[in-house]
Design a protein around this ligand. Structure first.
Ligand code: ASP
Length: 446
């Protein structure tokens, strides 16, 4: 882009009067055509924070900065108010599915506020639609709630409960076809697992989505993720899924079961992978390719939010040389369940070494604490029968959780132990091994 610049900051104050004259009528939010001696650029006028620079959001989503001295004229093609009026009228168009949204925070729920320079949350359908008008072409976004605004690292089981309750209320409304929940990426898989267990008798789609890059950035993944989420939210898939980029490009997304999703990269757009299982579907803004069996939509069902949760549970990652003191600590604190992330097949320090974990594990199990084993490799299954340490641990009462993800196991254990009727060790073990929401796969997928 010829007129694109990084930053300037010098000598711009002088040109202010001239700048103002050139942009007389145009206000941030207006659709404009910026005329320079070399080209005409159409886009949305943004508030500029650099003196002497005009910022324009291009239809591609990229923002460009133009030196004011290079601008001959800024024509207003459509004023912001007019556009908003139109957007207002778009809601509830006949023949389109009605989708409710819950915005919880994270990158996808924030954007730069051109007026203040600060970060602002999206809380109204109008605002979301203003940023992504395409979403209102495929579905009616009938409501956006924001029960809390938290980055996912600041959430807790309390927020999972709120989300489950709000979602159930929305799903039980006759005029809602599906729910989209926007969420921070880092601990999204905990929330998606929580709702997979807490929403019983699920009748309609529940779609979690996210952005790795803020929606103001040209490279944001938010648009495709939202459009594909809308496609799933109006489908007949009555499952809790996560929808996000399948590749590095803006070509299609995957819908992944909420219990099988894991963030596997700190920054890539395709950060979420379906672990040990095929994704449920490949998703484009206008079509779905189903890859897995799923529960079908059934509007005669009433969803129940079963949100009982025992917080006295822990997730422990084993490392070589680690003493079992951490287990003693949880025991002393009255914890009722522990998920261990052990070796590939599910071992921890065995009876061959002084710091063996076996005595502590036996003590916990004897007291009724449910001790579960998952794998640090994420991919694959734990298997206690291959080596003797596994058999020792099995004998000590450790519950091997097959291919269940450690985080999913943690959430499930809290949910299972939250139920009085499942609190005996036998019942808790039985429930932990019951496949509620695709947390176990029959066949592992490479
Ligand atoms: N740490 C943030 C969160 O998980 C990152 C993001 O929004 O994706 O909420």
């Amino acid at each position: 882009m010829k007129h694109r610049i990084e930053s300037d900051g010098e000598g711009n104050a002088k040109s202010k009067g001239k700048d103002d004259a050139r942009r007389k009528e145009a206000k941030p939010g207006d659709k404009v055509c910026v005329i320079t001696p070399k080209e005409e650029i159409e886009g949305l006028l943004l508030e500029s924070f650099e003196p002497g620079i005009t910022l324009v959001k291009l239809p591609s989503g990229y923002n460009i900065g133009l030196r004011n001295e290079d601008i001959l004229e800024i024509k207003v093609l459509e004023g912001r108010e007019k556009r908003e009026e139109k957007i207002e009228k778009l809601s509830r168009r006949k023949g389109l599915a009605n989708v409710a949204m819950i915005a919880t925070g994270g990158t996808i729920s924030s954007r730069l506020d051109p007026a203040t320079g600060g970060v602002k949350w999206l809380t109204s359908p109008q605002e979301l639609i203003r940023l992504f008008p395409e979403i209102a072409e495929s579905v009616n976004i009938v409501s956006i709630e924001s029960p809390f605004r938290l980055a996912s690292e600041n959430m807790s089981p309390d927020e999972w409960k709120v989300l489950a309750e709000k979602t159930a209320l929305l799903l039980n409304k006759q005029d809602v076809d599906g729910v989209i929940i926007t969420h921070g990426t880092d601990f999204l898989h905990y929330s998606s697992a929580a709702l997979s267990f807490m929403l019983r008798n699920l009748n309609k789609p529940v779609v979690f989505t996210y952005a790795q890059r803020s929606i103001d950035r040209g490279s944001s993944d938010a648009k495709l993720n939202l459009l594909c989420s809308a496609r799933v939210a109006c489908s007949n898939i009555a499952e809790v899924v996560l929808v996000g980029h399948a590749t590095l490009s803006d070509d299609y997304c995957y819908a992944i079961f909420g219990t099988k999703a894991r963030k596997m990269h700190s920054s890539r757009r395709d950060a979420f992978q379906s672990i040990n299982a095929q994704p449920l579907a490949r998703v484009w803004p206008d079509k779905l390719e189903i890859l897995q069996a799923y529960r079908k939509k059934d509007v005669s069902k009433e969803v129940k939010a079963d949100t009982s949760f025992c917080k006295k549970i822990a997730l422990v990652k084993f490392y070589p040389g680690q003493k079992p003191d951490i287990l003693e600590y949880y025991f002393a604190e009255g914890y009722r369940g522990v998920v261990i992330e052990g070796s590939g097949l599910g071992h921890v320090a065995s009876s061959e070494v002084k710091h063996s974990w076996l005595p502590a594990i036996r003590k916990l199990v004897r007291d009724g604490v449910v001790v579960c084993m998952t794998t640090q490799t994420i991919y694959g299954r734990v298997d206690p029968y291959v080596y003797s340490p596994g058999r020792e641990l099995l004998k000590a009462g450790v519950l091997y959780l097959n291919d269940m993800l450690p985080e999913t196991a943690f959430v499930k254990l809290g949910w299972v132990l939250g139920h009085k009727q499942w609190r005996t060790p036998e019942k808790a073990r039985e429930m932990m091994l019951h496949n509620f929401a695709h947390e176990f796969s029959d066949r592992l997928v490479p």
